[in-house]
Write a protein that binds this ligand. Structure first.
Ligand SMILES: Nc1ncnc2c1ncn2[C@@H]1O[C@H](COP(=O)(O)OP(=O)(O)OP(=O)(O)O)[C@@H](O)[C@H]1O
Ligand SMILES: [Mg+2]
Length: 383
């Protein structure tokens, strides 16, 4: 492993360097203060940073936060002489892997390094994430609402990146996060040669601890410069680093959309219970069959579904013969409030029927060896 050690205590620095070199690690020693944290992370991109001397002041953790946010593949372990419970909580929140009491014994350092190494090996062997594609059968069906809010549910248990591929009029971020994005997918496309996990994390907005959104460009002209090969490279990389990658797709089956649909594990066409939506869903199903997609790849979502409406569930199922159909209930006021406030519905209303139905959908996406009932149990316990 490539390990960077930062300490202002020269003797401790050399001692740690000797110990790590003995264990055949590639060691970079930096003598000095914590202000060097950022430059070391940026220049050396180590697998692990062992930082001595960030101990009491939670403000110091802003430097560590920068590293864990912008260089997610670098693990951070702190060596502290004093450890208050507040500091430990803050350290955990900014993503510090471990806090060791300083001076740490050689055994304690070795054990911590081995734990990071084991994690690193595990992540290099991790399976690719799941790709979920959402597209509306008709404008305004609730595609963006469902994609962004399902992402929020999944992020309670797994790492999630939502990519807004509605390049011209995408508004996905605003459904779950209020401030406008500083950077968007246009910035990634412009600098596509720099594309790596850190760059992708830095250009995405963290809407919740485990939930990032790569926003659509702010200007139409920027959208036009984004090519299918850019989005393909972004999706491929994202799948290596996130458990779930969600795509909010535009309602056009162009090269960009077809490439994304080909790679998708699941496609969720979204419609409302009306003739035009059902008609378009039939058209999509015909295309998916001609492309050879297995039937189980597509799950139709009938959004804002109300029992006793003009078109019943069995009629919809019959018109979409063979397709898996799910429903999400109608809850106009609460859904609209959540969108207008830029907050996921789950964050404000866990007991809402729409939240519950999205929790059920999220539970279908967790691998079978996870306890799905436990997942739902956890959700309902909190409601
Ligand atoms: N389950 C629901 N209950 C009530 N209202 C909903 C529900 N889902 C979505 N809506 C309403 O539908 C509107 C449109 O939703 P959304 O923007 O997600 O649709 P869309 O399919 O992404 O639209 P576009 O075609 O513009 O991309 C929302 O502003 C919200 O008012
Ligand atoms: Mg939309």
């Amino acid at each position: 492993m490539k390990i960077a050690v930062i300490s202002s205590n020269e003797a401790r620095l050399q001692e740690m360097g000797r110990l790590l070199a003995l264990n055949r690690h590639n060691v970079l020693l930096t003598s000095g203060e914590k202000t060097k944290i950022r430059s070391v992370a940026e220049q050396d991109a180590p697998d692990l940073m062992l930082i001595d001397g960030v101990c009491c002041d939670p403000d110091d953790l802003a430097l560590v936060d920068y590293v864990t946010t912008h260089h997610p593949t670098t693990a951070v372990v702190l060596l502290c002489t004093t450890q208050t419970p507040e500091f430990l909580i803050h350290a955990m929140r900014v993503g510090v892997r471990e806090v060791l009491p300083a001076p740490a014994s050689p055994e304690a350092i070795e054990a911590a390094v081995n734990r990071v190494a084991a994690k690193l090996q595990g992540s290099s062997q991790r399976q690719a994430g799941k790709l979920l594609a959402f597209l509306g059968c008709k404008g305004g069906s609730g595609t963006t609402f469902i994609a962004t809010n399902l992402g929020f549910h999944l992020a309670e248990f797994r790492s999630v990146l939502l990519i807004d591929l509605n390049l011209q009029f995408g508004d996905a971020l605003s459904f779950v996060y209020e401030p406008p994005p500083a950077l968007t997918i246009a910035d990634v496309a412009r600098d596509i040669n720099r594309l790596n996990a850190s760059f992708l994390a830095a250009t995405s907005v963290k809407a919740a601890p485990n939930y990032s959104v790569l926003a659509a460009p702010e200007a139409l002209t920027q959208a036009m410069a984004i090519k299918p090969e850019h989005t393909e490279a972004i999706i491929k990389l994202a799948l290596l680093h996130y458990d779930f990658v969600l795509l909010d797709l535009p309602r056009i089956l162009d090269t960009l959309a077809l490439k994304a649909l080909d790679c998708a594990d699941k496609i969720y066409p979204v419609l409302q219970a009306g003739v035009p939506g059902i008609h378009n869903a039939q058209k999509l199903l015909t295309v998916f069959r001609s492309l050879g997609y297995p039937e189980t790849k597509t799950e139709i979502i009938v959004n804002r579904f109300e029992k006793g409406g003009d078109i019943g569930f069995s009629e919809i199922e019959q018109s979409l013969s063979g397709a898996i159909v799910r429903t999400v209930p109608n809850s106009y006021k609460e859904v609209n409030d959540s969108i207008n406030q830029g907050r996921a519905l789950l964050a404000s209303s866990r007991s809402n029927a729409v939240s519950k139905s999205l929790a059920e959908l999220a539970a279908t996406l967790i691998p079978p060896n996870d306890d799905v009932r436990g997942l739902l149990g956890r959700f309902f316990k909190r409601t």
